[in-house]
Design a protein around this ligand. Structure first.
Ligand SMILES: Cc1cc2nc3c(=O)[nH]c(=O)nc-3n(C[C@H](O)[C@H](O)[C@H](O)COP(=O)(O)O)c2cc1C
Length: 195
């Protein structure tokens, strides 16, 4: 059997935390590209790959993001070297000739905005999660956030596109001294049944 070792599992989950404070240490663009290169191989329905990302990193772009945030998320986001806007492309299916050449699937989506949005949201969310897991695997810390105004982020960063924001994620090197004790998780017996 092939499996990753326990140290790697701890890096990805066991010891990995959500960080609310960040060290003053930059994140290189090459590392963001490397994360994408790995995570893009994660599965999506019909290989649709609807995730799109805007990495907010310049001081100017951070200032634009600031008024979109819930008050409790402002400091951590301003401090983080990079904030990813995880979005999904409502026109994702226009690239499926290339991504899913086995059959013509555009009729499944054309003129069906509700179905298309649900499909993009589901698979874009999965891909964002893959991104966070790979980021941790490559040594970065993550701070996902849904406390922001999606419409405002869309208007500020995604205007004129078919992309819609899902959630934000601060990326960098977390300040361990600012962590609260970890919250518990539910037991297997509470969340699962094997039938
Ligand atoms: C989709 C999502 C949205 C979240 N939104 C916020 C947020 O708006 N602000 C915040 O401080 N933390 C936010 N969190 C952080 C969670 O509270 C945190 O990941 C969870 O408590 C687990 O913490 P741990 O990884 O340190 O165990 C969010 C996490 C996720 C995955």
């Amino acid at each position: 059997m092939t499996r990753i070792d326990d140290m790697s599992l701890d890096l990805l989950f066991g010891n990995a935390r959500t960080f609310p404070a960040w060290l003053d240490q930059p994140v290189e663009a090459a590392l963001l590209q490397q994360i994408y290169h790995v995570m893009r191989m994660g599965p999506t329905s019909m290989n649709a790959c609807p995730l799109r990302i805007v990495f907010v990193s310049s001081a100017e772009a951070k200032e634009k993001l600031k008024p979109c945030l819930m008050a409790g998320n402002v400091n951590q986001t301003m401090q983080a070297p990079v904030t990813a806007i995880f979005a999904h492309d409502l026109d994702f299916y226009k690239k499926m000739d290339r991504l899913w050449p086995h059959s013509v699937v555009t009729p499944m989506f054309e003129g069906k905005p509700e179905y298309t949005e649900q499909f993009a949201f589901r698979n874009g969310t999965l891909q964002a999660a893959y991104f966070m897991v790979v980021a941790r695997g490559l040594g970065l810390d993550c701070g996902p956030m849904s406390g922001f105004n999606n419409a405002k982020v869309d208007e500020t960063f995604l205007a004129g596109t078919s992309w819609r924001s899902n959630f934000l994620c601060n990326l960098g090197y977390g300040d361990k001294t600012k962590l609260r004790p970890r919250g518990p998780r539910l037991d297997f017996s509470e969340i699962a049944s094997i039938v």
